[in-house]
Design a protein around this ligand. Structure first.
Ligand SMILES: Nc1ncnc2c1ncn2[C@@H]1O[C@H](COP(=O)(O)OP(=O)(O)O)[C@@H](O)[C@H]1O
Ligand SMILES: [Mg+2]
Length: 282
C-alpha cells in the first residue's frame, strides 16, 4: 500500500489541443502521444514522439491539476535535470506548463521493464546478475548522494531493467519523493509501507542510509527472497546473504555507508567470495 500523496484527488487533465478530454491521444507541445504507459496516484506516463525530431520521449504529467502537484513535478524535473549525466539515471530533457497547474516533464524513453515485472515473471535472477544490478544501482545512489539528493523511494518498481543492451543494465527512476539536502526537520513526503526503511516508517527524515536499505530490498527481491520475512532462497551464496542483511539492518548506523565501509567495495568483496570474481565481463 502506498501512502504517498494522500491528498491527491482523481480527475482528468485537459491538454492544450483537447480542451477537457483525457490525455491519451493527441499532442502536447512538440510531442505526439503514442500511448499511455502507466498511471499512478500522482502522474501519468506516456510514450511519445518528438514531432520534429522523430525520436521517442517519455512524458510525465501530473493527474490532478493542483498548484501543489504541478510544483511537485517541477521539483522532480529539477532534481532529475541535475542528475541526468549518470548512465543509470534517466535524462530530463524538458519541462513545461500546459495549464496553470498542469505540468509536463520530458525524459528520454527507456526500453525495458521494471525489476518487479522481471522478477514477477521469471521468479528470480541469477545471484550474480542480482549483484550486478545492485552494483549499477549503488553507483546511481552514490551519484545522487554526492549531489546532495536522497532518492527516498528505492524499490523494485522504481528500477527499470533495460534490454537491448550488451550487458544487464538498469535505470533508477521516479524521483517524485526525492529529498534535497534533508535536515532533521525534513518530513518524509510519503513512502511505500512494504519497502520503506524503519526510520521512515518511524517518521524520521530520509538519510543516505535510507537509500542503502532500499538497495538491500532490491537485492533481496532480485534474488527471489521474501521482502516481508527477509528470507532468501536456500541456494543463495552465504556471502551474498550476509551482505544483503547488512544493508537491511534496522539501525541505519549498522548499514554500510560511503564514508565508513563503502557498500560498492563491500559488494566487490562479496562477489569475490561468492563467485570468484569482482566483475563479470560481458
Ligand atoms: N523514462 C522512462 N522511459 C520509459 N518508461 C518509463 C520511464 N519513466 C517511467 N516509465 C514507466 O512508467 C512507470 C511509472 O513511472 P514512475 O516515474 O515510477 O511514476 P509513479 O510516480 O507513478 O510511480 C514506470 O514503472 C515505468 O514503467
Ligand atoms: Mg514509481
Amino acid at each position: 500500500m502506498t501512502k504517498k500523496r494522500m491528498d491527491s484527488r482523481s480527475r482528468s487533465i485537459p491538454t492544450k489541443d483537447e480542451g477537457k478530454m483525457k490525455t491519451t491521444t493527441g499532442t502536447i507541445g512538440n510531442y505526439r502521444i503514442i500511448k499511455q504507459i502507466s498511471e499512478g496516484g500522482f502522474g501519468r506516463i506516456f510514450q511519445a514522439e518528438h514531432v520534429l525530431l522523430e525520436e521517442y520521449a517519455c512524458l510525465k504529467q501530473n493527474i490532478h491539476d493542483t498548484k501543489q502537484d504541478a510544483e511537485l513535478l517541477r521539483k522532480e524535473a529539477q532534481l532529475l535535470w541535475r542528475l541526468s549525466d549518470h548512465h543509470s539515471i534517466p535524462t530530463a530533457k524538458d519541462f513545461f506548463l500546459i495549464g496553470t497547474n498542469n505540468a509536463v516533464m520530458v525524459m528520454n524513453y527507456i526500453e525495458g521493464k521494471t525489476l518487479e515485472e522481471v522478477v514477477a515473471s521469471n521468479g528470480r535472477m541469477y545471484a550474480e546478475d542480482a549483484c550486478r544490478v545492485t552494483e549499477r544501482l549503488l553507483s546511481a545512489i552514490y551519484y545522487c548522494h554526492f549531489n546532495g539528493i536522497i532518492h527516498s523511494d528505492i524499490k523494485p518498481e522504481n528500477i527499470f531493467v533495460e534490454y537491448q543492451k550488451a550487458e544487464l543494465d538498469i535505470k533508477l527512476i521516479d524521483f517524485g519523493l526525492a529529498a534535497e539536502r534533508p535536515n532533521h526537520a525534513t518530513k518524509p513526503v510519503g513512502y511505500t509501507e512494504k519497502y520503506a526503511a524503519p526510520e521512515i516508517i518511524n517518521g524520521n527524515p530520509p538519510i543516505p542510509e535510507t537509500d542503502i536499505y532500499g538497495a538491500g530490498i532490491v537485492l533481496l527481491r532480485s534474488l527471489g527472497g521474501s521482502v516481508e520475512a527477509k528470507t532468501y532462497p536456500k541456494d543463495t551464496p552465504p556471502a551474498v546473504i550476509a551482505y544483503c542483511d547488512r544493508m537491511l539492518r534496522y539501525d541505519p548506523r549498522e548499514r554500510p555507508t560511503w564514508e565508513k565501509d563503502n557498500p560498492l567495495t563491500l559488494l566487490g568483496d562479496t562477489r569475490m567470495k561468492a563467485f570468484g570474481r569482482r566483475h563479470r565481463n560481458g
